[in-house]
Write a protein that binds this ligand. Structure first.
Ligand code: FES
Ligand SMILES: [Fe+2]
Length: 437
């Protein structure tokens, strides 16, 4: 397919129980995703603790557009396009930093206030009598269609049109609520910079795996076996126990994953592990629990700590773990290239053990050097290549399918192994792809 795919092209690629390989391999589909799906969806930018001081900024790219999250005052961050209003130079080139009191374009020195408005232009007199003030270039930096800072988690919708934030995410926000509720004083902070992993596969292959409960038993067999060997051979130190607490559950069998349950939500969102997950068995921290009880009351604190889904997908850009506090951010770079950023979080004034838990999990499971992630990455990249083989153009998502499920969202699913959680991502994909931007 050359150029952007049409709506008609797209409709034929998602059946109720399978999807066509073009979703991952066709440049026309990728082009339509950029202008439709990524424009109309609410996409995660970053956490406002990434920019703690006035003038701090963080840049990221969505659908080929560079955006700038900027701390404009002690209690407000804004998001603007990282594009000079004059002739389109990038305003800042680093992923993060501090711009001082103003943003100054490195090309011809136009300057902007931290809210994006135009402050000064060299040779201002030469513009007198011109149409600059009625041109978008005279109005300062442009902004995405909508911005939402939800309890510190900053999202944008590139397009002016599209669903509002609350109705787009709905119940999926409960996982972000839970992360904040786990902070004894209600404040979270990122733990430094993220792990960045560029994977040679389409972004959807990565995001599907977030809901794939059947792969750990085979894909991560060696990691779980190694963890078991180490656990049996080493003396117990606190570090060893932490690593084992996190890696040993990867050896759980099909029944464990089946019984954890799941929930599917509109627009492709989901919660996997509604009853429990591989994170539920982490050791209790009595002092911390008492701090939470002081803030929320005993029953609510217990509920907050019990809610620890395997993964919540806030489609299409985010996979969240409430415990350990980890966000994985998905950024398509090309049809067959995806950047995944892994951000670890902790309560600002929480116990050291929670910081260790998040940092350790990120390193042990999601680092490209870890014993877990490299097995996944190898298989995502092999999928991207092997999908081009002739003889079968479809990916099977038949596990657990029953006619009529398509009309039942939102829905709770008994078995975490039901591929409904993955089919649901593609229904969200189709809904966003089908709309005109
Ligand atoms: S492009 Fe920025 S000042 Fe000219
Ligand atoms: Fe995996």
């Amino acid at each position: 397919m050359t150029g952007s795919a049409s709506l008609e092209d797209v409709r034929h690629l998602v059946d109720p129980d399978r999807v066509h390989r073009d979703l991952y391999t066709d440049p026309g589909i990728y082009a339509r995703e950029q202008t439709r799906l990524w424009a109309r969806a609410w996409v995660y930018i970053g956490h406002d603790s990434q920019t703690p001081a006035v003038g701090d900024y963080y840049t990221t790219e969505i659908a080929g557009q560079s955006l700038l999250m900027l701390r404009k005052s002690a209690d407000e961050v804004t998001v603007v396009m990282n594009r000079c209003a004059h002739k389109g130079s990038l305003l800042v080139h680093d992923t993060h930093g501090n711009c001082g009191k103003v943003l100054r374009c490195p090309y011809h020195a136009w300057t902007y206030r931290l809210d994006g408005s135009l402050l000064a232009i060299p040779l201002k007199k030469d513009y007198e009598g011109t149409n600059l003030s009625s041109c978008p270039s005279g109005k300062g930096l442009s902004a995405p269609g909508a911005v939402m800072n939800y309890k510190g988690f900053v999202f944008v919708r590139l397009s002016e049109e599209g669903p509002d934030f609350a109705s787009y995410f709905g119940e999926a926000l409960a996982t972000l609520d839970n992360m904040v509720a786990r902070a004894p004083d209600g404040e979270l902070s990122v733990l430094g910079q993220p792990l960045r992993n560029v994977i040679q596969c389409n972004w959807k292959l990565y995001l599907e795996n977030v809901n794939d409960t059947v792969h750990p038993i085979s894909t991560h067999e060696s990691a779980a076996a190694a963890a078991k060997d180490v656990a049996e051979s080493l003396p117990e130190t606190s570090d060893t126990v932490l690593a084992m607490e996190q890696l040993l559950p990867f050896g759980a069998g099909y029944t464990f994953y089946s019984e954890m349950g799941a929930r599917v939500l509109p627009y492709g969102h989901s919660v996997l592990g509604t009853k429990f997950s591989i994170h539920t068995g982490y050791a209790a921290l009595p002092d911390y629990q008492r701090d939470l009880e002081a803030r929320h009351g005993e029953a609510a604190a217990k509920e907050i700590l019990q809610f620890s889904p395997q993964n919540t997908v806030l489609y299409p850009s985010l996979a969240a773990k409430a415990s350990p506090m980890i966000l994985r951010v998905v950024r398509p770079l090309a049809l067959d290239r995806t950047l995944v950023e892994v951000w670890a979080f902790a309560p600002k004034n929480g116990p050291a053990r929670l910081r260790q838990r998040a940092a350790s999990y990120a390193r042990l499971v999601f680092s490209p050097m870890s014993v877990v992630a490299h097995d996944d990455v190898h298989l995502f990249e092999s999928q991207q290549r092997a999908l081009l083989c002739s003889g079968n153009e479809w990916l099977s998502l038949h596990r657990g399918y029953q006619e009529g499920e398509i009309d039942q969202t939102p829905a709770s699913i008994d078995s975490g192994n039901n591929e409904w959680v993955i089919r649901n991502q593609h229904r969200g994909w189709l809904a966003l792809m089908g709309e005109s931007a």
